[in-house]
Ligand binder design. Structure first.
Ligand code: UDP
Length: 318
């Protein structure tokens, strides 16, 4: 049994990781300032043996006693709407918080895992599609999305420098688009936006016409991949995501089918000029090194997501 500190554990993905790690016998202390995380994502764990919640910014030293085996840095605003509303929080999560938690890992001789992102690839050029871990990316350094992209690129190099210069054991996961229950209905992401629009009978908004592509991974698959990486020997970044690429228009059509909605599809302007046109992970490394690949189909994953969002909308219409 290991003792794990996880920043951002009240977030969508962090809360699934917390569940999975507790279920497999580990102790998890969650550090979260609830800037975008939601305490209700962890409410079912209150009072459970091995679970502790500390409401605190990941930039501050956590009040911890005793040994620590793993530090997982999952904290950051992560939806494009958050990038616009919380730009400094994104920058601080990638920079100060990463330094703080790496230092903590070093003090405890703990292994450190960084949640990085496919955003570090930016808007990939066609010869690097799908994206392999060796691709350096095509990122606007000063755009409005860049508060996230560049903070994560910085976080990766700080992590690699602790590994190279201080012999700290580190892991880096590059996370591609993920969806599932516990997403915030108002997070502005494409799955939540389109599902909520379909459930309310409103038109589904395709930004820029919907020909751009994404590859959507169901959250339980993603959490499984990250935990495998945490306990693996792989010191370099690993893509975790679903390699089934589709256009946003195709996603919208699947959402209409799953919800039974007869909403129309309309076009809206792209909110960011650097909105990636294509995104798809090459997961050869995850397959060979971790023995991992996603199992849940988009249709099955959407059914669960729709149930969650329907219940949320009924409780508090957004
Ligand atoms: N998008 C869309 N309609 C929406 C929300 C998003 O067409 O209501 C598009 C967005 O422009 C992007 C893609 O869907 O090309 C995925 O957007 P999301 O915000 O989920 O995350 P991203 O992958 O861009 O980080």
């Amino acid at each position: 049994m290991s003792r794990i500190l996880m920043s951002g554990g009240a977030g969508f993905l962090g809360s699934y990781l917390t569940d999975l790690l507790l279920d497999t016998g580990h102790e998890v202390t969650v550090l979260d300032n609830l800037c975008t995380g939601q305490r209700e994502n962890l409410a079912h764990l209150d009072g459970r043996k091995g679970f502790t919640f500390i409401e605190q910014d990941a930039c501050d030293p956590p009040p911890l006693d005793g040994p620590l085996d793993y530090v997982m840095h999952m904290a950051s605003p992560a939806s494009p709407r958050d990038f616009l509303q919380k730009p400094f929080e994104c920058l601080r999560a990638g920079s100060f918080a990463t330094h703080n938690l790496l230092e903590l890992a070093e003090q405890h001789s703990a292994r450190f895992l960084l949640a990085s992102t496919s955003e570090i690839y930016g808007d990939p050029v066609p010869e690097h599609h799908p994206q392999k871990e060796g691709y350096w990316g095509n990122v606007n350094p000063i755009g409005r999305r860049s508060v996230y992209d560049e903070a994560k690129r910085y976080a990766e190099i700080v992590t690699m420098t602790y590994q190279r210069e201080r012999n700290l054991e580190t892991r880096i996961v590059r996370i591609f688009n993920t969806y599932g229950p516990r997403m915030r209905p108002d997070d502005g992401r494409v799955v939540t936006n389109l599902v909520c629009q379909a459930l309310r009978g409103e038109p589904l908004t395709l930004y820029g016409g919907g020909q751009q592509t994404r590859s959507f991974c169901y959250v339980s698959d993603l959490a499984d991949g990250i935990v495998r990486l945490l306990f693996s020997d792989e010191p370099k970044p690993v893509n975790i995501g679903n390699p089934y690429e589709r256009t946003i228009r195709e996603l919208a059509e699947t959402i209409l089918k799953v919800t039974g909605s007869s909403s129309e599809l309309i076009t809206k302007p792209l909110p960011f000029e650097e909105d990636p046109r294509q995104r798809c992970p090459d997961i050869t490394k995850a397959r060979t090194v971790l023995g991992w690949e996603p199992k849940v189909s988009l249709e099955d994953g959407l059914i669960e997501t729709v149930k969650h969002l329907r219940a949320k909308l009924e409780r508090q219409p957004v």
